[in-house]
Design a protein around this ligand. Structure first.
Ligand SMILES: Cc1cc2nc3c(=O)[nH]c(=O)nc-3n(C[C@H](O)[C@H](O)[C@H](O)COP(=O)(O)OP(=O)(O)OC[C@H]3O[C@@H](n4cnc5c(N)ncnc54)[C@H](O)[C@@H]3O)c2cc1C
Length: 409
């Protein structure tokens, strides 16, 4: 291994999206010397992001532990329930309230299922907190280039020539993770051939805090509640069609939107420019490598159908901080194989099963199959009428499970 790294830390995080930045804050607060490697140029205007994230209760608690709530004041909308409608025309076409806040456990009654948070506001809030974190070194406008792992640490080289020696590398560099590739970890999955057209709209009908989803043969169309009786649209289309639609003049988009969906959502007017996001299913074949852990989209990219992708990433963050803290408390090296295997065992099943479940729902609902139509109508009706199913779905959607990291409970 070459000599003279310019910095030594316990944890080097590559990638400063929401997963990497929240991990940086929480690891630094837990007392680990931490470096955050951020490719973004702080002088440049951030690229537009028209996504709004459904942040479930457990993730919201984790953001609270990171001290991010005050910086998000006025930006969020409480999420009170989920309603699904099968748009295939048949006898089960009525909307089904799948679950709402009354399905939460007794000690959580009166609380929302989660919060809707604009992606740009979330990143800005995390950046504000990270900038004031004393135990955190933040290299901005810097890109990861290569790494070498040894028995006691890893050495990481940046494209600008800087280097760092770290006990543990956290790969938070997104779906095309260079760290994952450098570690030789492969992925499995497929492109969906679909993109999501995402835009904010003003509604005429009150949304009541409900996320409403209409399943059509082409894919789902969802309105996600935002402050001021606005909604964020997630409109699934074939890749290509969504990108073309996002570039149309405002009047043309509004005409198409209202012609197709005003019976479902009421009249809508655009409240800002739209963007299209291509969808993939991608799972890393391992969540760990020598002295390295994969988190967030670097580990799993899933269908955003039920808004779980970033929530899985926040569970990765909470789990890694717990594993590092537990290891340190018993005198174990947090970057050792033993610690990393504990992280992998904790997170692997949840990530894979959530990805597969979203994939199955997408396949079952995005078609006009004569056999599947009545079955899925029956499934929606049963799911909405049977108490234990509703409560299980509410717990899953709001991250009230038993194996949650400590900061999410
Ligand atoms: C339309 C849509 C809607 C969604 N809605 C939801 C939702 O409601 N709820 C939910 O939980 N999830 C949702 N998701 C999923 C969510 O967007 C992702 O899971 C989440 O953004 C992943 O965050 P991340 O930090 O892992 O990756 P990213 O946000 O991709 O961040 C990766 C970072 O790594 C940096 N990077 C890359 N390469 C390098 C390098 N070589 N060196 C240094 N840095 C590097 C990048 O610049 C970037 O800042 C949605 C996704 C889509 C497409």
């Amino acid at each position: 291994m070459p000599d003279s790294p310019s910095l030594k830390v316990e944890l080097a995080i590559i990638g400063a999206g929401p997963v990497g930045t929240s991990l940086a804050i929480l690891a630094a607060r837990a007392g680990f010397s931490t470096l955050l490697v951020d490719a973004r140029d702080p002088q440049a205007t951030p690229p537009r992001d028209t996504r709004n994230f459904a942040i479930v209760r457990g993730s919201w608690r984790l953001l609270g532990a990171a001290g991010v709530h005050p910086a998000l004041e006025g930006e969020t909308e409480p999420l009170m329930g989920l309603e699904a409608t099968d748009g295939g025309r048949h006898w089960f076409g009525a909307p089904s309230v799948l679950f709402d806040t009354v399905d939460l456990p007794a000690d959580a009654q009166g609380e929302p299922l989660g919060q809707m948070v604009p992606a740009a506001a979330l990143q800005a809030a995390l950046d504000t907190v990270a900038a004031n974190e004393p135990n955190l070194t933040w290299w901005r406008n810097t890109r990861f280039a290569t790494l070498e792992t040894g028995p006691a640490h890893a050495r990481i080289d940046m494209e600008d020539g800087r280097t760092v020696e770290a006990g543990l590398i956290a790969a938070c560099d997104g779906v095309n993770s260079g760290v994952r590739t450098a570690l030789g970890i492969t992925t499995e999955g497929r492109p969906y051939g679909k993109s999501v057209f995402a835009a904010d709209v003003k509604l005429e009908r009150a949304h009541g805090g409900l996320a409403r989803q209409l399943f059509t043969p082409e894919g789902p169309f969802a309105t996600l509640p935002l402050p001021g009786n606005r909604a964020n649209l997630a409109w699934y289309m074939k890749t290509g069609a969504a990108e073309v639609m996002a570039k149309q003049p405002v009047e043309a988009i509004e005409a198409e939107l209202n012609a197709r969906f005003s019976a479902f959502a009421g009249p809508m007017t655009l409240d800002g420019p739209p963007l299209a996001y291509p969808l993939h299913l991608q799972l890393a074949t391992s969540l760990v490598g020598p002295r390295a852990a994969l988190l967030g989209d670097a580990a799993h990219r899933i269908n955003p159908l039920a808004g779980q992708g970033l929530n899985l990433g926040f569970k990765d963050v909470g789990a890694l901080v717990d594993v590092m803290t537990e290891s340190r408390s018993v005198g174990l090296d947090p970057g050792s194989d033993t610690s990393l295997q504990r992280y992998q065992q904790w997170r692997r099943f949840d990530a894979a099963s959530t990805a597969m479940f979203m994939d199955a729902v997408d396949r079952a609902f995005s078609n006009d199959n004569a056999i599947l139509k009545p079955l899925r109508g029956l499934a929606l009706t049963a799911a909405s009428r049977i108490g234990p199913i509703r409560r299980a779905m509410a717990r899953q959607a709001s991250a009230d499970q038993s194996d949650l990291p400590s900061m999410m409970r």
